[in-house]
Write a protein that binds this ligand. Structure first.
Ligand code: NAI
Length: 282
């Protein structure tokens, strides 16, 4: 299984970062989003990241131009027809993901690996929306993608060993470290991280301390580089809520109930850094 052509779905914070590291590793990348505006927003972030790399002496102007030259824009899912691997990073919503995967199953050749960057949704269920569940796998990058070392690789119930190995090898080519996990809600990263963030939101909701105090306790007391409320803003409060709902539904345990304050912020459209307002304003 040789991977050359990568098709990334979603030019948001994750999809843009994934497309960037793939192009930097020498892959031909088609970046796909629903409309011109979303695509351009994502592509501008990538260009800005690369320019910063040149300014800091981490790459030359020629290397930057070569990376940008490996990009193709897509606003039509049919463009996935030449992909060796598709990495989906659209919104964290099962209906959206299963409809994308069912479409991809029809569009892409039989050898194409279909990967999802989902933070918590079951890979097995996403795979069941296709006729090739053995080629469906989770490739969970961390935010911000160009900086973070880890990729959780999630085996669905039917994922082939050969597919797992191809994705593991690709992850290493991206200069990241793959960690193998099985398909249970939240996998490992978010099963542990998200209840902590949710508890921090409850702590704020119950008036135990201010948002700054909660973040300070975790930064200075636990040596976390960022407090949980600030981290939630960076992840996106909509994504945090989707993940908590997935844990709650998947385990049926009340310890995973999302904090009402999180729900309220999401309903208000306060989705964190990406919308300019979450627990903090940006
Ligand atoms: P985002 O909101 O920044 O970006 C999502 C992008 O997908 C947007 O540009 C949107 O226009 C596009 N999109 C939505 N529906 C689409 C469709 N049907 N077809 C094509 N494009 C579509 O979201 P973000 O943060 O990049 O999250 C994307 C995925 O990555 C989610 O599944 C999320 O759970 C996962 N993830 C997020 C992390 C984070 O820290 N934000 C970390 C790891 C995974």
């Amino acid at each position: 299984m040789t991977i050359q052509q990568v098709f990334v779905i979603g030019a948001g914070q994750m999809g843009g970062g994934i497309a960037q590291v793939c192009a930097q590793a020498g892959y031909q990348v088609t970046l796909h989003d629903l409309n011109e505006e979303s695509y351009e927003r994502g592509f501008q972030v990538i260009t800005k990241n690369l320019t910063r790399n040149v300014e800091k002496g981490r790459m030359t102007e020629e290397e930057k131009q070569a990376v940008l030259g490996r990009f193709t824009k897509s606003l039509d899912l049919q463009n996935a027809k030449n992909a060796d691997i598709v990495i989906e990073a659209a919104v964290e919503n099962m209906e959206v993901k299963t409809s994308i995967f069912a479409e991809l199953d029809k569009i892409t050749p039989a050898h194409t690996i279909l990967a999802s960057n989902t933070s918590s949704l079951p890979i097995t269920e996403i795979g069941a929306a296709t006729k090739r569940p053995e080629k469906v796998i989770g490739m969970h990058f961390m935010n911000p993608v160009p900086v973070m070392q880890l990729v959780e690789i999630i085996r669905g119930l039917a994922t082939d060993d050969e597919v797992y190995e191809a994705v593991e090898e690709m992850t290493k080519k991206l200069k990241k470290t793959p960690v193998e996990v099985n398909d249970y809600p939240g996998f490992v990263a978010n099963r542990i991280l998200m209840p902590m963030i949710n508890e921090a939101i409850f702590t704020l909701y119950e008036g135990v301390a201010t948002k700054e105090a909660i973040d300070d306790v975790m930064k200075m007391g636990m040596n976390h580089p960022m407090g949980p409320l600030q981290l939630a803003d960076f992840i996106g409060l909509d994504t945090c809520l989707y993940i908590m709902e997935t844990l709650y539904e998947g385990f049926g345990d009340s310890k995973y109930r999302p904090c009402p304050l999180l729900r309220k912020y999401v309903k208000a459209g306060w989705h964190g850094k990406k919308t300019g307002r979450g627990f903090y304003t940006y």
